[in-house]
Design a binder for this molecule. Structure first.
Ligand code: NAD
Length: 415
């Protein structure tokens, strides 16, 4: 059975506390969220019946600023999962040097079984239920699994109606037409590409011509491919849930995307030299950089030994298991951890919030330039800690994140 995500988050916290030499009191405070709200959301279904859905908003720690974190719609949502995700957001915001704490929300529902009208009523019901504890200076939700800019538009609209004025800064990743930011769609993949380029420079591997394999060709996978290709790397393998394709001469990411949009998959793309499975993609021999950008737990104790890439950049959340981490570390494979590698999304969410507070809308190139700056300075900090600790990058990233939170708690007199 998969490990309870909260237990896993606690283990990671403990490890960071130990390498930093902090005492048990710090662990005690940070191991528990500051607030957990459970709500029931009655929704009138299209057939006239009423269904009640369970939702959560968890606020882990706000020492650095308002809580920030997505809302997930999924039938498997549990309280412990939302607590773990909220805690991870504290570290992600901290390591990226954002003025935010960590929060997360979830509703136990299979949104694919709802009509658009039902989904809208559920979304409005959820934000009404958590309205007392959210707001631009308190807690700012965003999308996560199975929520999107349309859901954010409903959240923003419903919250604004409650307040009697427009409150665009209450959520981020809104549509660009409704106070969303340019660059939010590209942000996570762009940040992954920045992290890959940075890690290859540190490794002494020329990025120009570096061979890259990407698992998952959705939002994160596609934009990672696009920018890495633009900066000179060669995208030799990509995949989606139906399988993968390989060409040692590299693919044009835009052409692969156009093909996938037409056919529903990358498999069958005419420039491919051969089809490969997702498992084969992860263990390809002639690659330098591997970007798992689909789902969690794909690199495990079963296949970590067979990974040939020199660098793994975690586009997805949690694609490398803790056991695989140890194997890869011993092999000398560099793993750029999710909390920094895929932080581009939350960084541009922060820029969206700043724009909303100022009533401005910045240009795309301005947003991407600022995103790159933020990613580079965070990566630099993590690498410095990594050299200092002699650990893996994940431990270093957690140490940077926890240290910033603890310093802030000391300064505020919380500990
Ligand atoms: P997406 O739904 O746009 O794309 C997911 C892709 O993965 C699709 O191409 C899908 O076919 C593929 N896929 C699904 N199951 C697969 C499997 N078993 N094997 C191989 N491929 C599979 O999702 P996304 O927004 O690109 O997110 C991908 C990952 O990145 C998730 O872990 C998500 O939590 C994480 N993430 C996303 C963002 C963001 O801003 N979108 C930010 C941080 C982290």
């Amino acid at each position: 059975m998969a490990e309870n995500p909260y237990e896993m988050a606690l283990k990671q916290l403990k490890k960071a506390i130990d390498v930093l030499g902090y005492d048990r009191n710090i662990y005690e405070i940070l191991s528990k969220p500051q607030r957990i709200l459970e709500v029931s959301i009655p929704v009138k279904m299209d057939d006239g019946s009423i269904k009640v859905f369970i939702g959560y908003r968890v606020q882990h720690n706000n020492v650095l600023g308002p809580y920030k974190g997505g809302v997930r719609y999924h039938p498997g949502v549990t309280r412990d999962e939302v607590i773990a995700l909220a805690m991870w957001m504290t570290w992600k915001c901290s390591v990226a040097d954002l003025p935010y704490g960590g929060g997360k929300g979830g509703v136990r529902v299979d949104p694919r079984k709802l009509s658009m009208g039902e989904l809208e009523r559920l979304s409005r019901g959820y934000i009404r239920a958590i309205a007392p504890i959210v707001g631009p200076d308190i807690d700012i939700p965003a999308p996560d699994v199975y929520t999107n800019p349309q859901v954010m538009a409903w959240f923003m609209d419903e919250y604004s109606k409650l307040k009697g004025r427009n409150v665009p800064g209450v959520v981020t990743a809104k549509p660009v037409e409704l106070w969303g930011s340019y660059g939010r769609i590209e942000a996570t993949g762009y940040g992954v590409a920045v992290a890959a380029k940075f890690a290859s420079r540190k490794y002494g591997l020329p990025f120009e011509g570096a061979r890259v394999a990407i698992q998952g060709y959705g939002n994160v996978g596609y934009y990672s491919a696009l920018f890495m290709h633009e900066w000179g790397a060669k995208i030799v393998a990509v995949s989606d849930s139906k399988g993968g394709i390989y060409n040692p001469d590299g693919f044009d990411p835009q052409k692969v995307k156009a093909f996938k949009e037409r056919t529903g998959t990358v498999v069958g793309f005419p420039d491919a030299k051969k089809d490969i499975t997702n498992e084969e993609l992860l263990t390809l021999e002639n690659i330098d950089i591997l970007v798992p950008a689909a789902i969690e737990n794909v690199i495990t104790s079963e296949n970590a030994d067979k990974v040939h890439a020199k660098i793994i950049v975690e586009g997805a959340n949690g694609p490398v298991t803790p056991e695989a981490d140890e194997i890869l570390f011993k092999k000398g494979v560099v793993v750029v951890p999710d909390i920094i590698a895929n932080a581009g999304g939350v960084i541009v969410s922060y820029y969206e919030w700043v724009q909303n507070m100022q009533g401005l809308q910045w240009k795309l190139d301005e947003v991407l330039r600022m995103l790159e700056d933020k990613m580079l300075s965070a990566l630099d900090k993590v690498y410095r800690k990594y050299y200092k600790l002699g650990s893996d990058l994940r431990t270093a990233a957690y140490a940077v994140a926890v240290e910033r939170v603890v310093n802030a708690m000391k300064l505020r007199g919380w500990i």
